[in-house]
Design a protein around this ligand. Structure first.
Ligand SMILES: NC(=O)c1ccc[n+]([C@@H]2O[C@H](COP(=O)([O-])OP(=O)(O)OC[C@H]3O[C@@H](n4cnc5c(N)ncnc54)[C@H](O)[C@@H]3O)[C@@H](O)[C@H]2O)c1
Ligand SMILES: O=c1ccn([C@@H]2O[C@H](COP(=O)(O)OP(=O)(O)O[C@H]3O[C@H](CO)[C@@H](O)[C@H](O)[C@H]3O)[C@@H](O)[C@H]2O)c(=O)[nH]1
Length: 335
């Protein structure tokens, strides 16, 4: 069995990746400071608590568990918050990667799969974005992720690291078997907040901007199921990285849905209206981000199994209504 260090493995996407790794015969060792993760989401291997900026602790963990590869999820994730507090994002997202790379070098670990993002593209255009599109982030979150990608690519050239950057578009849904799901604290993401509003557990959804240059005026995103993202990470551990030693690939469905279309899908899925109110644009939001996922499909032999937004939201709804959320959730009646 190959042991893989999964930084941020107590978080939303990382925990789903650990499940996929375990199913594929790997042992995932989670390294997480639990700042935004959950101890009970670490179910498929050991948990080591620590900060990814602590390279010595990472190195000791790699040595103790005979780690053979790294998947680096740990980081700060909210686009809006990055505009308010850019230094924190540069610190955790860039210094975190530098620390992981230093520990890998010290321990002779070659492969790193990195959580990158559609936010590296910024306002590259309104068509499908492939990896040749200009990387011009429009928020500090995207800046920090692009810089981290470049540092990995430089390590590949200088030190023979093999780096794979997976540029996720919008992660969504929950484990179809109901073991894991999205539980950010506080939650800032569209689908969980729209579900909260529809179920009467949260306030009306604030819709950030109806004056974008899109067909209905709302932002357009590409929502990809978290279990499909997880599966791509397993393939990325062994994909050839070529002469450059570095490969960046989009993970999305290749279909854009506007915030208003997501609200309509949540209404269909729950059978309830989503109370919402118009709010000003959120700083740092590009109008349209939709993937051309062709490269990942070819190189990773990967294809998403969830292609229907109602089915994706259905898994998030099932997770939200599970008894772990308390009696209100268990007794909520949905269509
Ligand atoms: N959610 C999305 O739609 C999305 C899209 C594109 C990229 N990403 C990237 O994917 C990764 C995972 O995102 P997520 O949605 O699962 O987020 P998450 O917040 O659920 O998971 C991140 C995990 O990292 C941990 N962490 C944060 N700072 C740390 C530190 N300094 N040391 C150790 N652990 C630390 C947190 O405790 C958490 O468990 C992030 O790097 C994010 O930028 C997410
Ligand atoms: O209460 C809300 C929350 C979100 N939105 C809008 O919904 C869209 C999606 O927002 P959100 O769910 O917060 O995701 P993003 O800001 O697109 O960012 C996610 O997706 C990016 C990739 O596209 C990742 O890099 C980030 O880590 C991840 O948080 C945006 O237009 C938001 O303005 C609202 O209108 N109201």
């Amino acid at each position: 069995m190959k042991t893989i260090l999964v930084t941020g493995g107590a978080g939303y996407i990382g925990s789903h990746a650990c499940k996929a790794l375990a199913a594929a015969g790997f042992e995932p060792v989670v390294f997480d400071d639990l700042s935004n993760g959950h101890r009970d989401a670490v179910r498929y291997g050991p948990l080591v608590t620590g900060d990814v900026r602590d390279s010595a602790a990472l190195g000791a963990c790699m040595q103790r568990h005979a780690v053979q590869g790294v998947i680096h999820f740990a980081g700060l994730i909210e686009v809006g918050r990055s505009v308010q507090d850019p230094a924190a994002f540069w610190d955790v997202n860039l210094n975190g990667v530098a620390s992981v790379l230093a520990a890998m070098r010290a321990q002779g670990v070659r492969r790193i799969v990195f959580s990158s993002t559609a936010a590296v593209y910024g306002q590259a255009g309104s068509g499908l974005l492939d990896e040749t599109a200009a990387a011009c982030p429009v928020n500090p979150y995207g800046d920090s992720k692009l810089a981290a990608e470049r540092l990995i690519a430089a390590h590949a050239r200088a030190h023979g690291v093999e780096g794979v950057a997976l540029r996720y578009f919008n992660a969504s849904g929950a484990d179809p078997e109901g073991e894991l799901g999205e539980a950010h604290q506080p939650e800032s993401h569209l689908i969980p907040l729209a579900l909260e509003a529809a179920l009467g557990f949260g306030p009306p959804l604030k819709l950030f901007g109806l004056d974008f240059p899109t067909p209905d005026g709302a932002c357009v995103r590409d929502f990809i199921h978290v279990a499909d993202l997880a599966q791509a990470h397993v393939a990325a551990l062994t994909v050839p990285t070529g002469e450059a030693g570095f490969l960046a690939m989009n993970l999305g469905l290749g279909r854009g849905l506007s915030v208003l279309e997501i609200i309509a899908a949540v209404e269909r899925t729950t059978g309830r209206p989503v109370p919402w109110e118009a709010a000003p644009r959120r700083a740092g939001d590009p109008p349209v981000l939709v993937a051309d996922p062709g490269l990942a499909r070819r190189r990773l032999d990967w294809s998403p199994t969830f292609t229907d937004i109602d089915a994706i939201i259905g898994t998030a709804l099932a997770w939200r209504l599970a008894p772990r959320f308390g009696p209100a959730a268990a007794h909520a009646h949905v269509a």
